[in-house]
Every structure is written in C-alpha cells, then in structure tokens.
Ligand binder design. Structure first.
Ligand SMILES: [Zn+2]
Length: 753
C-alpha cells in the first residue's frame, strides 16, 4: 500500500510540475513572440501612433529615461530658479537592479539635461564619455542604464521597428514570370522547403525609409492626420532623419532588384515587413558593450546560408549581404566600458564614423547613426586629449563621487539597512556624510566669495570655506540661517556658477568604497549601544583616526565648524520646542497697536478689528514696542519705529491691501511680518530662564522615571512640552529629545550663539 500511495503522490506532484511548464511556456511564448507585421499594418500603426512609431535611437533613449524618471521637483519655485531640480531616479537605477546606482542631485541634473538634448536632434556625430574616478560607480551606472533600456524596449511604450524582407519565393517567381512573359512553374510538384525567405536589414533600418525620399513628405502628409504632430515632423530638427535618411545598401539593392523583377512598387511593398527591434545586450543586438580586454574583429560580416538563398532566388549576385560589426548597433547603442587596452583602438576607429556618419565596408558605403557612449577614468583622457579633431566630437559628462549628503546617506542605508537611521540622533548621520563629502569639494569658490559679502557674520556656524553652505545648495536647499539680504543675493547667476562648478568636484577625496568602509568601521563601534549616536561620537572618531591617510583631505577646522553648526541647529530646535505662545493674544496685541496708531494719545478708542477698548497712552505703545526693540532702547528709536509702522499702515495696509484688495487685517503683509517677528523674539528668549537652572536639568534627567513627578509643576509642564515638540516637530524619540536638550544645556549653547 505504501508504495502505491507514494506513486500517486508522485504522479500528482508530476502533474503539478507539468502544469507549471505549460504556464511558463505560454508566458514565454507571449513575451518572446516577436511582433511582425506587413508594411500595410505598419503604416496603419504609423498613422495611428506617429509619436511612438517615428523614433530613432536618440528619441527612444530620451523617452526611456523619461519613462523611468518622473518630472523633477523644484522646491524653490522662486523667480531665480535655474531648473536645478530634484529627480527621483530610483526606477532607473535602483529598482530591480543587482547593484543599485545612486545619482545625486548635481549628477541627475546633468544627466537629464543631456537626455533632453537627445530629443532636439543636435546630438549626432558625438560620443558621450562619462568621466569619473575609480569607485564613483560609473560602470554600475552604465550597466543599469542599458539594462533599463533593454527592459523598456520590451514594453508597449518602448516599441521600435526595423525592416524585414519576406520574399515569398513562389509568388515572386509567378509575378516575375508574368512580367517577363515566361511560363509559370508548377510548384505543387516541386519539393521546395523554403518558400518564404526572411532577409532582415542588418542595419536595423526604420521601415519608413523604404518610401523614396523624394516622395516621403507628401506620403506622410497623406498618411498622418494629426496636424500637430505633422508640424513637428516636417519642421523640427529631431525628425529630420524621417525625411532625409536613406535605406542601407542592402535594402536598397533588394528594393531595386524586386522592383525590376516585379514591375510595380506595390508588389515590392507586399514583401516588406516591419519587425519589432529585439534589443539584446548579451548577443550584441542593438546594444553592444565592449570591455577593454575584449578582442574583436572589425572584418565585414556576412551570412553564407542567407547569401546563397538570395543568389538563388534572385538568380543573380547583385545583392551583397555584407555589413560591418557597427551595423549591429546602427540605430542602437554602442558602449565602451573604460578607455583602456582594446577600447583605445576602438575609440580611435570610431573617430571617422562619428565625424562623417559613414564608412566603407568592402566597396560599399555604410551609414552609421548610433548612440556612442563610454566611460573614462580621468587619467585615461590622455589617449584622446591630444587628438585635435576629436575634441568637438567628445562630450565629457562628469560622474564624480557623491556631492549631495542626502544621497550619501541613502547609500549607507542601502548597505547597512534602514535601521541605522534609528541609531543616530537626528541630523547626526547626515553630518557623518558631510565630513566625507568635505574631502571631495574644492575649497575655494569664487561664486560663494562674490555672493557672501560679510562672511564673518556666519563664522559661528559655518566653516571658513563655506563648504557647508555649498553642500546645502547641492541638495537644493537655501539654509535658514542665511540673512534675508543674502537670500536675495542668491540670484540666478550665483546659482549657475555654484552648480556649474560642481562638475569639477568629486574627482578626488574619499571614494564611494572607502566611505562605506569608514562608515562600517564607525558604526560597528556604536551599533550595539542603547544610547543614540551623537555628534560628539563622530567628532571623537575622526579625531582618534586623524592620522589615517584618507582623512588628511578633511579641511582643517571643518569638523569643529560642523559641530558648531550642529549646536546652533540643536539650540534652535530646543528653543522652538520649549517656547509657546498664545496666538490669539499676540494677534490681538498687533491689531490693537496698529489701530491705535491712528489716534491721538490720551483718548480711548474701540478697535474695529478686536472690539477691545484701548486707552491710548505712551505706556500702551511702549509695552508693545519693547517686544521688538527691547526695554532699554531710546525714545528716538521707538518713535521712528512707530512712525514707520504708522505710515506703512496708512499708505499700504489700509489704502491698498484692505480697501483695494479686500484683505482681512491678518492677511496683510504688515501684520504677518509683525507676527513673525513677535514670535521669533519670544522664541529667542524662551530658554533664558532655564540656562543655569539646576532644577530644570534635574527634571529633564528624571523624565521617563518615577522621580519626574517630584518636580515643580511649571518645570514639569515645560519639560513635557519640550519633549513632545522635539518629537513632533523634529522627529526625536523621547530618549533622543532628552539627549539633545541636555546637550544644549550642558554645552551652554544659549551663551555661545
Ligand atoms: Zn537596410
């Protein structure tokens, strides 16, 4: 019995496996089944979806990148924007990639700007070399980019067609005999086993090229209804190729031979098919990637079997099925991984083709239009730098080490797991990344020197080279500590100059690989501690290891400045969290004051905004003004302050914003400005009562323990509020909030800033 049971199970199991095979077979059949269509059907598609059908390699590549990378976000939609925006490149470089590549903001912008040029039809006759130091991840970048390109061409959005000849031998012979007045052959009694021979265009010609150039525009005008598209097709440079390109020599000679034999073009077009281009890097179809060590022949390629069929069917030897290896990537991607060894020769060989777009294969001319890309280490530029005629053919795109600290952190997270963020006090992990990035930046920045006229006013929280400022700019951030005046001076030119200079950075300093190993070294020391990782721990780590060669690039004093900047921000957070204001009361104060400005002292008026009765006295004014000016200021300053506000209230707030624009008083800019300054002043002084207060410190220490209840009511309330706000506003855990508050108090930061 046991064996029988086993045998049933065995068969059931086998049945399941068989089902599985059927399933995978049908899946594969659908996905691998190449799409062929007749020229007729193809033209129908072309008129139906011209934007998809009429694409060359550059347009296709452009669409691919934009398919994976959504439109960028501009956080600062101010009028000085230079389009230095935040792109999410994770679909392109991270998702489903064996090795993810992380593009920081400067590089992502550079890449997207380059890609947008692809769409403009000005990209021919160039090779794009991505230049970066070892360890910048450039080969991962190119591998992922090409992998996604291949994937894209298998999606409905990524279809692109090439010419495929299908010669129905019987039909061909039949018509041909008729045209020539010869008797037909009875095929029924012949043993022909290749009745249809397929001749693919080895150059991947777009099928539309078979419509003779002289008639093509008229033909397309009739074919396509979409007027808007036709406008672009006939006038935009990107579509120039549709009107101007010609078929390859093979397609040309097949066409001409067929036409001669069959008499009329319509019979020829019946033998033209459009086939979906099947890009395949592994087999070098449409995408070829050459490594420096790859040997390869540049001998002309041919296909003997096919050539024999061709000769037999056409009964002559006019059609030479011969092409170069470059034909494989015509209208495709030709990539050189590193300009070294054999790739140096390859690059030199490309010179002529890139310049002229044409070369000879035996006696025949072959036109080549490919997306030529490559990777290069800075020291390998010497191979081509001195070739003058190559200069304007090579477009260098810098792909340096990461310069955006947010991206650097993402790389740590990718490597060590999401948990690491919970082990650090807020902003501390980012500071680790900033130290690494400081080694990659140029110390001097002319643009920043021109921009910040009074650098000394920031000396308490920025390094003297303003690298911390530059780093913020690279992440797309305008730091809050910048004075209003300097924010105004951050104009388009300044932004262009700073961002532009980033192309020369990240070629030296701590590499991506080194950075990961330094981080791992640091993290392993603290990962198991209950305490959160603090700024002090980072400082200690770098000080202890200051002798390490890779740390020699950290600018002198940078870590101290970073610590100061950290302290300054921590203080702001604590102040912001401990102070609280009664919005209603502040609002009333401002409205009453503004209203009272219109009346003589010594009167009592009812405020139209609040309904309060106000005794208008010098004392009343003074109380309000001291919030802005302090209690010890002179009468002259106070009167000037008062007169300025009165005049603004009368001429702008009341005359324009309230009467003309119909705003409420609390929507006017004068009100908003006063409100903002009122709360800022409250905040500035919020921590003052607790600076040297042992009771407060003790209550903080007690927080979360039973002892906490024994503290004074008011202090308990303030500590609770502090912890809660630090949590809600700045993402601290209760433990972290306690730690950062003690940091601010123990380092006496209130006095420092
Ligand atoms: Zn062709």
């Amino acid at each position: 019995m046991a064996t029988k049971k086993k045998s049933i199970e065995h068969w059931e199991e086998k049945g399941k496996k068989l089902e599985l095979l059927y399933w995978i077979s049908s899946e594969l059949y659908v996905s691998e089944h190449k799409k062929h269509e007749t020229f007729d059907d193809f033209l129908f598609q072309a008129s139906d979806r011209p934007e998809i059908i009429f694409r060359d390699i550059f347009q296709l590549f452009h669409d691919m990148v934009n398919y994976y990378v959504p439109k960028g976000k501009d956080e600062y939609m101010d009028k000085e924007t230079i389009g230095f925006v935040s792109y999410d490149t994770s679909q392109l470089f991270v998702k489903d990639c064996d090795n993810p590549f992380f593009a920081d903001r400067p590089f992502a912008n550079r890449l997207m700007n380059l890609i947008s040029k692809f769409k403009k039809g000005i990209q021919n006759n160039q090779i794009y070399l991505f230049e970066g130091p070892p360890g910048s991840g450039k080969s991962t970048f190119l591998n992922n980019l090409l992998m996604k390109f291949e994937e894209y061409t298998k999606t409905p959005e990524g279809e692109i067609y090439e010419t495929l000849w299908k010669i129905d031998v019987e039909k061909f012979d039949l018509i041909r005999r008729k045209v020539k007045g010869l008797p037909p052959i009875d095929y029924e009694h012949q043993n022909t086993n290749n009745r249809v021979i397929e001749i693919p265009c080895p150059n991947h010609d777009h099928p539309i090229l078979l419509i003779h150039r002289a008639y093509r525009q008229r033909f397309l005008d009739e074919l396509i209804d979409d007027k808007k598209f036709k406008q672009k097709l006939f006038h935009d440079k990107e579509y120039n190729w549709v009107l101007k390109d010609t078929p390859c020599s093979i397609c040309n000679s097949i066409y001409n031979t067929l036409l001669e034999e069959l008499g009329v073009p319509v019979e020829v077009f019946k033998m033209v098919h459009a086939r979906r281009v099947d890009f395949n890097r592994q087999f070098g179809r449409g995408i070829s990637v050459f490594n420096p060590g790859d040997e390869g022949s540049t001998k002309p390629q041919s296909n003997y079997t096919l050539q024999n069929y061709i000769n037999e069917v056409f009964q002559n030897e006019n059609i030479k099925y011969i092409y170069s290896t470059l034909a494989d990537t015509n209208n495709g991607v030709y990539a050189l991984m590193d300009i070294k060894e054999h790739n140096v020769d390859r690059l030199m060989d490309l010179h002529g083709i890139i310049s002229d777009g044409i070369h000879k294969v035996d006696l025949v001319e072959e036109r080549i239009k490919s997306l030529f890309v490559g990777l290069v280490n800075p020291e390998d530029k010497r191979y081509y730098e001195n070739v003058k005629s190559f200069q304007d053919r090579i477009i260098n795109i810098s792909i340096p080490y990461i310069l955006d600290y947010n991206t650097e952190v993402v790389i740590y997270i990718n490597k060590f797991g999401e948990d690491i963020t919970e082990k650090f006090l807020p902003r501390v992990l980012t500071n680790f990344a900033k130290i690494i990035i400081s080694t990659r930046l140029n110390r001097e920045s002319e643009a920043i020197r021109k921009w910040i006229i009074h650098p000394e006013k920031y000396s308490k929280y920025v390094d003297r080279n303003f690298l911390l400022l530059k780093m913020d700019v690279y992440t797309g951030k305008i730091p809050e500590w910048l004075s209003e005046e300097d924010v105004k001076r951050f104009d388009r030119q300044t932004r262009k100059d700073i961002v532009g200079a980033s192309e020369t950075e990240g070629l030296k300093g701590i590499s991506g690989r080194q950075s990961l190993s330094i981080f791992s070294n640091f993290y392993s020391r603290h990962a198991n501690s209950d305490k959160l990782i603090t700024m002090d721990m980072i400082k200690d780590f770098f000080e202890e290891n200051a002798g390490e060669p890779e740390f020699s690039e950290i600018p002198d004093g940078f870590i101290n400045s970073l610590e100061s900047s950290y302290g300054f921000n921590a203080l702001q957070e604590v102040k912001e969290s401990i102070y609280y204001y009664n919005e209603k009361q502040i609002s009333k104060d401002i409205m009453n004051y503004l209203y009272a400005l219109n009346f003589e002292k010594g009167t009592t008026e009812r405020c139209v905004y609040t309904g309060d009765n106000i005794d208008i006295t010098e004392e009343f004014y003074k109380n309000f003004e001291s919030i802005y000016l302090g209690t010890t200021t002179t009468d002259t300053i106070r009167h000037n302050f008062r007169n300025d506000l009165r005049s603004e209230y009368v001429t702008k707030t009341l005359a324009q914003e309230i009467r003309v624009l119909n705003k409420n008083i609390d929507e006017t800019s004068q009100y908003k400005n006063l409100f903002e300054r009122y709360t800022r002043n409250l905040k500035e002084n919020a921590l003052a009562p607790y600076t040297d207060n042992d009771n407060f410190r003790r209550a903080l220490m007690d927080f979360g323990t039973d002892n906490f209840e024994n503290n004074e009511e008011r202090i308990k309330r303030d500590v609770k509020q502090l912890i809660t706000n630090l949590h809600c506003k700045f993402n601290y855990t209760a433990e972290g909030a306690k730690q950062v508050s003690l940091y601010v108090i123990d380092k006496k930061l209130v006095r420092k800033y």
